[in-house]
Ligand binder design. Structure first.
Ligand SMILES: Cc1cc2nc3c(=O)[nH]c(=O)nc-3n(C[C@H](O)[C@H](O)[C@H](O)COP(=O)(O)O)c2cc1C
Length: 219
């Protein structure tokens, strides 16, 4: 196996949902910027990047968040704690899409118009995003999970542990961040959270369904 493949597989085997962090070990700024860059460079449907990242280092906010995030309660002494936010439907309207496609990705007016048409069709017919505001919000949140995965892999590649955190009460977490003025809950919601740091103890060996059970080749 090539060295590159081995490096990536080793990182996936190293990565586990870290249950307890060594509070004395902190990730350097350079390393955490690397993890954040992996998030920022992540792919998203239609290139809309419907996410943003709150790096919660404030002890008071961590404490408050742990009240809403039972899945993170034991991990709040990690080195870096991130709340991955996703845009809600009201924040993914035509003006935002136009900015992304024209200003950020550099498409001309005609290409933007074509994308607008394809997106409208996708949203209405293919994924039925208009069915309920929840459908649209969930679709945007799914994009944030891609960034989450990339952050965890990037971290693992440089020997940093992580925990994805879905163990939170969404309404409470959104309310808390809104109360603190950190989000406008009409425009933005918590998609998922993640802790990063260094393990306090070795994890149990990795357990997975066998490949034959989850992979099917149709030839
Ligand atoms: C989206 C997502 C949310 C998760 N939420 C939590 C959580 O709130 N707390 C926790 O301790 N683990 C959480 N996990 C970790 C999973 O339980 C763990 O990834 C799974 O059991 C496989 O174990 P491994 O990651 O150690 O290989 C979450 C994992 C994912 C992918």
């Amino acid at each position: 196996m090539s060295a590159a493949k081995q490096t990536v597989l080793d990182a996936f085997r190293f990565r586990h949902a870290c249950k307890k962090y060594d509070p004395a070990k902190k990730i350097s700024r350079e390393d955490f910027d690397f993890i954040l860059e992996a998030a920022r460079l992540s792919p998203s449907s239609f290139g809309l990047e419907p996410w943003s990242f709150l790096v919660v280092q404030n002890p008071g906010l961590r404490e408050a968040l742990s009240g809403a995030a039972w899945g993170a309660a034991e991990k709040m002494d990690c080195s870096h704690f991130v709340v991955l936010l996703s845009r809600r439907q009201a924040a993914l309207q035509e003006d935002y899409r136009r900015r992304m496609w024209a200003d950020i990705h550099g498409f001309g007016p005609e290409a933007v118009q074509i994308r607008e048409g394809v997106f409208a069709d996708f949203a209405r017919n293919d994924f039925a995003l208009g069915e309920s505001p929840r459908a649209f919000d969930d679709w945007a949140a799914k994009q944030a999970y891609i960034a989450l995965a990339n952050m965890m892999t990037a971290a693992a590649l440089i020997g940093i542990d992580s925990t994805p955190v879905e163990g939170f009460n969404a309404a409470e977490a959104n309310r808390l961040l809104a109360e603190k003025g950190l989000i406008d809950p009409e425009l933005c919601q918590v998609a998922v959270m993640a802790a990063f740091g260094y393990r306090a103890a070795e994890p149990r060996p990795k357990t997975r369904l066998p490949a034959e059970e989850v992979i099917r080749w149709i030839e």
